[in-house]
Design a protein around this ligand. Structure first.
Ligand code: NAD
Length: 488
């Protein structure tokens, strides 16, 4: 049992110590399933960030020069400790975010541990290039850590995405100032204690809680923080880029999406239906990779629609702690209102609600929680606002298409380009579509299957840069070319 798991007042983690915000202020943290404040996180500001940067700078030299196997051992220890406390982390994540406990237990927390283990071992194999130049000599590329880096993450996969940044940053030899979402700070708080248990040297990892406009902004503005890895909304990403660009910081931005699921008539029908239900509504549709525009070839449109709706109606929206729950609570009252406003917009744009569309009022301990029935809308043109803007909730549209070209045009018509999934048994079509879809990730006959070595990220307004594998270790290092001149 982690010591602080039941604390109602979370702490920052700076220089190896659990501390309140310098101001002494706290912000409320809600349990979305019951709609009540259940804890408080430090409402930090630029003073706490400055403190964290000082600690990180002091720790940097020793951490960067640690033998690789010792750095690896720390990260692997972090992975082991997360796994040891998996149940406690899963419960904390579910209570904080509203997601089903079963999902936190099977996806979020195992993946957080995997992030540390993956990068803890990857760092042992990371190498750089050498270029022999005839008549000149040999160039080799040194890759050194950057120094102090900032990691800022969102609320939808709290520990999963937080560690997806922190692990490669540490693996590459940097010291980190990290900020979790103020909406879901609990597992980041628990991670502080994991870092203590792993005896991570003080200052190597610092976690500062608080609002984006204060702590996030202070991290982005701090002149000693040389790189920012950010995952969140496109508008926030643009704000960060505006601030960071004149300071010439390295930026990795993983932003919003409006992903298509493209179903061709020759698909494996049952698998396509079942997976599209998952890709639409897993984690209440609050995954950047969820498909939210379902494009179905006209000849099977009615059949697919009927089968899909039947399975969506069978989804169980209930207390996240129940083992049979498919959809838990929406993360906040504000987000629920945003999602509901898009359902209203869809109606004014001429859409027909095929199922769902309403806030659900559960009973007992969840009677004041923020629940929404999974919603499917049809009858909308591909270029209306409902089909162009990110909703980020359990709301999808479904529409028919006639030809491959039309499917492609619809799919590529938004400003976003994160992930697409396509369903066909035709190999030629699969390759052609994968090539022409303007997305950073394309899944064929599957969804959200991840190999952590592969590049992860989006194009257009879905982001800049890639995470995962060597891409992440390259982002968190600075290359330096060295030429040794010699003549044979
Ligand atoms: P958000 O942009 O509101 O917040 C993300 C983080 O940024 C939070 O920690 C927040 O406090 C911080 N922040 C806010 N303003 C800031 C500022 N001015 N400077 C620095 N930091 C600031 O996003 P959210 O609502 O938490 O998350 C949902 C969004 O994240 C969706 O758009 C979703 O698509 C996106 N997302 C993208 C990916 C991906 O990999 N591309 C993954 C998950 C979520």
């Amino acid at each position: 049992m982690l010591l602080h798991a039941s604390d109602t007042h979370f702490s920052n983690f700076i220089n190896g110590k659990l501390l309140p915000a310098a101001s002494g202020d706290y912000l409320p943290v809600y349990n979305p399933a019951i709609g009540e404040v259940y804890a408080y996180a430090p409402a930090s500001d630029s003073n706490d960030v400055a403190h964290a940067v000082t600690a990180a700078k002091a720790a940097f030299g020793a951490w960067a020069n640690l033998p690789l196997d010792r750095r690896a051992a720390y990260l692997i220890k972090m992975a082991d400790l997360i796994e040891e406390h998996l149940e406690q982390f899963a419960l904390a994540e579910s209570e904080d975010n509203g997601k089903p406990l079963s999902l936190a237990r099977s996806v979020d927390i195992p993946r957080a541990a995997a992030n540390f283990r993956f990068f803890g071992t990857a760092l042992l194999h990371f190498s750089s290039e050498a270029h022999y130049t005839e008549g000149m000599g040999i160039n080799y590329t040194l890759r050194r850590p950057i120094g102090v880096v900032g990691c800022i993450s969102p609320w939808n996969l709290p520990l999963y995405l937080f560690t997806w940044k922190i692990a490669p940053a540490l693996a590459a030899g940097n010291c980190v100032v990290a900020k979790p979402s103020e909406i879901t700070p609990r597992t980041a708080f628990l991670l502080s204690e994991i870092a203590q248990k792993a005896q991570l040297p003080p200052g190597v990892l610092n976690i500062v809680h608080g609002y984006g406009t204060k702590v996030g902004q202070a991290i982005v503005e701090h002149p000693q923080i040389k790189a920012i890895s950010f995952t969140g909304g496109t508008r926030t990403g643009a704000e960060i880029a505006r601030t960071a660009a004149p300071m010439f910081k390295k930026l990795s931005l993983e932003l919003g999406g409006k992903n298509p699921s493209i179903i061709f008539a020759d698909c494996d029908f049952d698998k396509a239906v079942a997976t599209t239900v998952r890709s639409s509504f897993t984690n209440q549709g609050e995954i950047c990779l969820c498909g939210s525009r379902i494009l179905v070839e006209k000849s099977i449109y009615q059949k697919f629609k009927n089968a899909f709706i039947e399975q969506v109606k069978a989804l169980n929206v209930a207390d996240p702690l129940n083992e049979t729950t498919n959809l838990g609570a929406i993360v906040s009252a504000e987000h629920l209102q945003k999602v509901l406003s898009y359902i209203q917009l869809a109606k004014t744009e001429g859409g027909t609600i095929l199922c769902g569309g309403e806030q659900l009022h559960l009973t007992d301990r969840c009677k004041n929680g923020w629940f929404l029935s999974p919603t499917v809308i049809e009858g909308l043109p591909h270029d209306c606002r409902t089909n162009q803007e990110e909703i980020f909730g359990p709301v999808v549209t479904i529409m028919p298409f006639d030809t491959d070209q039309q499917a492609l045009d619809y799919a590529n018509s938004t400003e976003y380009g994160l992930a697409a999934n396509i369903w066909t048994q035709n190999l030629d079509r699969a390759h052609k579509m994968a090539n022409l879809l303007a997305f950073g990730i394309v899944w064929v006959n599957c969804w959200m299957m991840r190999d952590l070595r592969t590049p992860f990220g989006g194009v257009k307004s879905s982001g800049v840069g890639r995470e995962g594998g060597w891409e992440a270790l390259r982002f968190f290092t600075e290359p330096k070319n060295v030429l040794i001149s010699y003549k044979i």
